[in-house]
Design a protein around this ligand. Structure first.
Ligand code: 13P
Length: 250
C-alpha cells in the first residue's frame, strides 16, 4: 500500500515570528513532488507562518489545541481558531505535553474529536519511556495509547489520521531508535490500528520521531511501515529540514 510520505517539523517553543517566516520562505521551493510537508510553529506564529506558506506546498500545524470551540477558557486555543489562522494540522498528545502538562489518553481523545470535527488533520503522538521499554511494557503502552486516543471515534471519521511514534528516550537525546526498533514498533502500531479501524490502518501514515537528522533519515524512512517523520531539533535549521524532506523522496 503506497502511502504519501509526510515530514512535519515540530518547532516546539522555538523560533520567533520573523525566524519562522524566514524558514518557510526558504523551504517553499524545496518540497519535492510526492512528499507532504508541514511546519508546526508556536500559536503566535501560526498566522504569519501560514501567510508565508500560502500558495506553496508547505502546510502549517499547531502543536496542541483545546477541545471546546469558543467560550470562557482563558489561555486556550481551539481548532476553530487554528483553522482561522490558516493551519491545516494539529499535533496532539506529544510526550512533552503528557509529561509536563498532564495530557492523558482521555484528553487526547477529546482533542482528537474536536480536531476531526473541524476538518483539521490530526498528528497523534504516542511512544514509550525508557523505563517502560526496559520493563517490557512497550506493546502494552502503545496499545493503550492507540486505543485510548481513538476511543469512540468511527473509522469513517479517521480517514486523515496521522500517528507519530516517538519513543520518549529518543526525543532530543541524539539517541535514535535503530531502524529495526522503529520498524517493529510501527508494524505493531499498525496491527493495533487494524484491530480498531480495520482496513483503514493500511492508509494511516505513521511517522517516526526522535532525533531524526539528515544522516539517519533515509534509512528510517526506508522501512516499510515508516511513512514519514516528526522532526524536532533538526526542523529548526532550513538546510537540515530540507535534507530530511529530500530523503523522503523515494
Ligand atoms: P527531536 O527531533 O529534537 O528529537 O524531537 C522529536 C520530537 O519530539 C518531535 O515531535
Amino acid at each position: 500500500m503506497a502511502r504519501i510520505p509526510f515530514i512535519a517539523g515540530n518547532w516546539k517553543l522555538n523560533l520567533s515570528v520573523a525566524e519562522g517566516v524566514a524558514l518557510v520562505q526558504g523551504l517553499k521551493d524545496k518540497v519535492p513532488a510526492g512528499v507532504e510537508v508541514a511546519v508546526c510553529p508556536t500559536f503566535v506564529a501560526l498566522y504569519p507562518v501560514a501567510q508565508a506558506a500560502k500558495g506553496s506546498s508547505v502546510g502549517v500545524g499547531a502543536q496542541d489545541c483545546y477541545w471546546k470551540e469558543t467560550g470562557a477558557f482563558t489561555g486556550e486555543v481551539s481548532p476553530t481558531f487554528i483553522a482561522d489562522a490558516g493551519a491545516q494540522y494539529v499535533v496532539l498528545g506529544h510526550s512533552e505535553r503528557r509529561q509536563f502538562f498532564n495530557e492523558t489518553d482521555q484528553t487526547v481523545n477529546q482533542k482528537l474529536k474536536a480536531v476531526l470535527a473541524k476538518g483539521l488533520v490530526p498528528i497523534v503522538c504516542i511512544g514509550e519511556t525508557l523505563t517502560e521499554r526496559e520493563g517490557g511494557q512497550l506493546e502494552a503502552v502503545l496499545k493503550r495509547q492507540v486505543v485510548g486516543a481513538l476511543d469512540g471515534i468511527p473509522a469513517a471519521q479517521l480517514e486523515t489520521l496521522v500517528i507519530a511514534y516517538e519513543p520518549v528516550w529518543a526525543i532530543g537525546t541524539g539517541k535514535v531508535a535503530t531502524t529495526q526498533q522503529a520498524q517493529d514498533a510501527h508494524a505493531f502500531v499498525r496491527a493495533q490500528l487494524r484491530a480498531v479501524v480495520g482496513e483503514l490502518a493500511d492508509r494511516v501514515r505513521i511517522q517516526y520521531g526522535g532525533s531524526v537528522k539528515p544522516d539517519n533519515a533515509k534509512e528510517l524512512l526506508g522501512q516499510p511501515d515508516v511513512d514519514g517523520a516528526l522532526v524536532g531539533g533538526a526542523s529548526l535549521k532550513l538546510a537540515d529540514f530540507a535534507a530530511i524532506v529530500a530523503a523522503a523522496k523515494a
